[in-house]
Design a protein around this ligand. Structure first.
Ligand code: MGD
Ligand code: MGD
Ligand code: MO
Length: 708
């Protein structure tokens, strides 16, 4: 019996990017486990991935190219050959190119795999060369990234491992134990050393339950809290004047602006008592090193961008950046010297490209966006919009169009894949090779393939080589091997990769970027912010160009930024849908609904697999406060209907005092088959953008709930 252990890395869109050891026996993967040597993984995998081999060998895997044989959406397919599948795609696209032009073709993708060669940008060169419509991928963290660029620049921020030195840790809209669980041991270690842990979250999550102080907040009002903290820090002179003078710009204007945001104002908006706001400001300023770890959830509201602007001002005001373990952690992805331009190839784009935002797919397909030429073909890979984006009913209507030619590359027949005309089989991480960045730690990883591809599944890299060939493209760039692509994926001359070689990476599976040691690193002790001024910009100079989306999310596309004017100073934008801002709406739909991450799913991944659905609950549940339930005659476990003017879905009630009154929580990632009537939470979510970066506002929503 041949037995080996292969070192790889978790492919998921998650900050932890774990190092995985796969045991292979006679060519079959029999187990996966977390690499005990990796300083972040520490030998443990999460409930999503610790049986990854069951995903790989699932009976539901798509292993061969297939062609639709039933009505659209029926999920009825018959096997065809790769040659036939590619010939049909090429023929249909050539017709479309001749009749409507390339913009009638729309690629749609995100981070199904986070691998650098198979992930975000794998299809960009081909679609850029064709001149297809650009899918602006502002799925996640786009408002936040724009806000960081405007305030502190593309800094990795505090090394997550430096948290062991922190004395005051604020997890702001971040459910660490579920969504970033390998960061938890660092927080625990800090607490053993005396740190206080504060969690700001409308829900008493598993993380909040373990905190020293849980501060419940009304969704979408964090901007008011952050500005009130600025107000108190300044009015009580808890600020570091020396740091402000040397390393920031715009302090006087910020102080003037913040004067309006009193604790009383913030208390009325957020529901947090004035004393607690004062206490938080005082403790935060006087317990160095103080650090904020901010989650993605704050951005999903009308004022999400400006909220992050205000939060990003806090550490500079108190000089938190002076200390190891003090400052702000967002996405250390910026530390990785990825050759983004070489991956996306914006240079191949024709002078004018049309842009469609990822959140408006339904409206694009139904014609509501008024596209001329209309979208005639949709190519989906690394994404599952039916589960994860707004306007579900429009999306169903659009995908059902007989004149739309839809191709989906997938592991499974997802709710999106059910609508494919051609379904193509994709390999999983055990069957492919890749190099991986992380957005939660500073280790570059290498994923060695553990087994041969199953059936006729191919990695995304091979998929795009085959498509290029079928389309008759002869530029050799499109035919690079995976090894060549990996070689060209990074800027190896960057100081961040000094001492990091590909050979060593393959062998060990991961290597730390060449950064100072976490125990000795305060990245902005002396300022040096990667902003236009080199300082923390309370008054943003980048706001002069108006609103923008960082190039990473828009295929490098340079032109056509909408550029609506942006106030250069942080300010509060109340939710679009709340009792205070929309009283008439709130009279009909009095409850706020949020749909945060499920502990056992990774976005919609695993929503079809037995181990994870057993853990999460087979059916979509909606969490309600017992008093809100009682007022509606709803008992625990009852079927309920959740609705607003945009739509409805049905689920089962879970009563829990962990949820604030006035709030309902629908954990995300459930497939339509786990919902009583098919529709899921995105049947109700609004299509509006947040204030910055064209981020979504799917958590900025009022609903009503009734027994079904
Ligand atoms: N288990 C698991 N882990 C994941 C994922 C997953 O699907 N499942 N997805 C991965 C991805 S793609 C991402 S982006 C990250 C996201 O990671 P997080 O940002 O941690 O994700 P969320 O669960 O969406 O939100 C975190 C918390 O914010 C709270 N929240 C919601 N609205 C507000 C608000 O307005 N204000 C405040 N203060 N809190 C609010 C929610 O109750 C939730 O507990 O997780 C990654 N990790
Ligand atoms: N209600 C609600 N909506 C949300 C969120 C939320 O918390 N609540 N979160 C938002 C956020 S933060 C994010 S990041 C987005 C995520 O949105 P998506 O990225 O669309 O979500 P996933 O469910 O991860 O879908 C990825 C798909 O890629 C497939 N896949 C995986 N690996 C490969 C591969 O190698 N090749 C191919 N071809 N396919 C592969 C998987 O099977 C999966 O179906 O959703 C956003 N939408
Ligand atoms: Mo995300």
């Amino acid at each position: 019996m041949a037995r080996s252990v292969v070192i790889g890395a978790c492919p998921h869109d998650c900050p932890d990017t774990c190092s995985i050891l796969t045991t292979v026996e006679d060519g079959k993967a029999i187990a996966v486990r977390g690499n005990p040597d990796h300083p972040f993984t520490r030998g443990r995998l999460c409930v999503k991935v610790n049986n990854y081999q069951d995903r790989v060998y699932s009976e539901e895997r798509v292993l061969y190219p297939m062609k639709r044989v039933g009505p659209k959406g029926s999920g009825q397919f018959a096997r065809i050959s790769w040659d036939d599948a590619l010939a049909e795609i090429a023929a249909r696209w050539k017709d479309i190119l001749a009749s409507d032009g390339a913009q009638a073709i729309l690629p749609y993708s995100y981070l199904g795999t986070q691998g650098i060669i198979n992930g975000l940008n794998v299809g960009d060169p081909l679609f850029n060369k064709l001149g297809a419509t650009v899918c602006e991928r502002t799925f996640c963290d786009s408002a936040s990234c724009t806000a960081y660029m405007m305030t502190i620049g593309h800094t990795p921020g505090v090394d997550p491992e430096s948290f062991v030195h922190s004395k005051y840790i604020v997890l702001w809209a971040c459910n660490t134990l579920s969504t970033n669980s390998h960061h938890w041991p660092f927080i625990e270690q800090a607490r053993k050393n005396g740190a206080k842990l504060v969690v700001i979250d409308p829900v008493r999550t598993r993380t909040a339950r373990l905190a020293d102080w849980h501060i419940p907040i009304r969704p979408g009002t964090d901007g008011a809290l952050a500005l009130a903290l600025i107000n108190v820090l300044i009015s009580e002179d808890l600020i570091d004047r020396d740091y402000i003078e040397k390393h920031t710009i715009g302090f006087e204007e910020l102080a003037e602006r913040a004067a309006a945001y009193t604790p009383e104002f913030a208390s009325a908006e957020t529901g947090i008592p004035v004393e607690d706001i004062l206490k938080l400001a005082r403790e935060y300023a006087t317990t160095p090193p103080a650090v904020v770890r901010i989650g993605v959830a704050v951005e999903r509201h009308a004022g999400g961008g400006q909220t992050v602007r205000a939060v990003a001002c806090l550490p500079a005001l108190i000089g938190a950046w002076r200390h190891v373990g003090g400052g702000l952690l967002q996405l250390p992805i910026w530390a990785f010297p990825v050759n983004w331009g070489g991956l996306m190839r914006p240079d191949l784009q024709p002078p004018s490209m049309r842009v469609m935002n990822s959140w408006r797919l339904g409206a694009a397909l139904t014609g509501e966006l008024g596209f001329d030429p209309p979208i005639r073909s949709l190519f989906v890979y690394n994404a599952n919009p039916m589960s994860m984006v707004t306007e579900q009913a429009k999306l169903e209507e659009g995908l059902a169009r007989e004149d739309l030619f839809t191709v989906v590359s997938e592991h499974f027949v997802t709710d999106t894949a059910r609508y494919a005309d051609i379904l193509l089989p994709a390999t999983t991480q055990l069957e492919q090779k890749d190099i991986m960045f992380s957005w939660g730690h500073l280790y570059l990883s290498y994923n060695n393939p553990a087994i041969e591809p199953l059936g006729e599944a191919v990695p995304n890299t091979e998929l795009f080589r085959r498509l290029a060939k079928a389309l008759g493209i002869d530029d050799p760039f499109f035919y690079r091997s995976d090894d060549e692509m990996i070689e060209q994926s990074m800027d190896w001359a960057s100081p961040a990769l000094e001492g990091v070689t590909l050979e060593a990476l393959k062998e060990k599976g991961y290597l730390r970027l060449n950064m100072p040691k976490a125990d000795d690193w305060a990245p902005h002790r002396d300022g040096n912010f990667p902003t236009p001024s080199g300082k923390c910009e309370f008054r943003s100079s980048l706001s002069e160009g108006g609103n923008f989306v960082v190039p990473l999310f828009r295929q490098g596309f340079g032109g056509d930024q909408s550029g609506e004017p942006v106030d250069p100073l942080p300010h509060y934008i109340a939710p679009n849908e709340s009792a205070r801002t929309a009283p008439d709406l709130a009279a009909r739909y009095p409850l706020s609904l949020i749909s945060p991450k499920s502990h056992a799913f990774l976005n919609s991944n695993y929503g079809n697999l037995p181990a994870q659905t057993a853990q999460a609950g087979e059916q979509q549940a909606v969490l309600l406060h017992p008093e809100d339930a009682a007022a509606r005659g709803i008992v625990a476990g009852a079927p309920i209907r959740v609705f607003n003017e945009r739509g409805a879905f049905e689920a089962f009630a879970t009563l829990s005092p962990d949820v604030m009154r006035g709030l309902v929580v629908a954990p995300s990632g459930y497939w339509q088959r786990s919902n009583r009537k098919g529709a899921t939470v995105h049947a109700l979510t609004p299509p509006a953008y947040a204030d910055l970066g064209r981020a979504p506002t799917f958590s900025d929503m009022l609903v009503e709930v009734a027994s079904a």
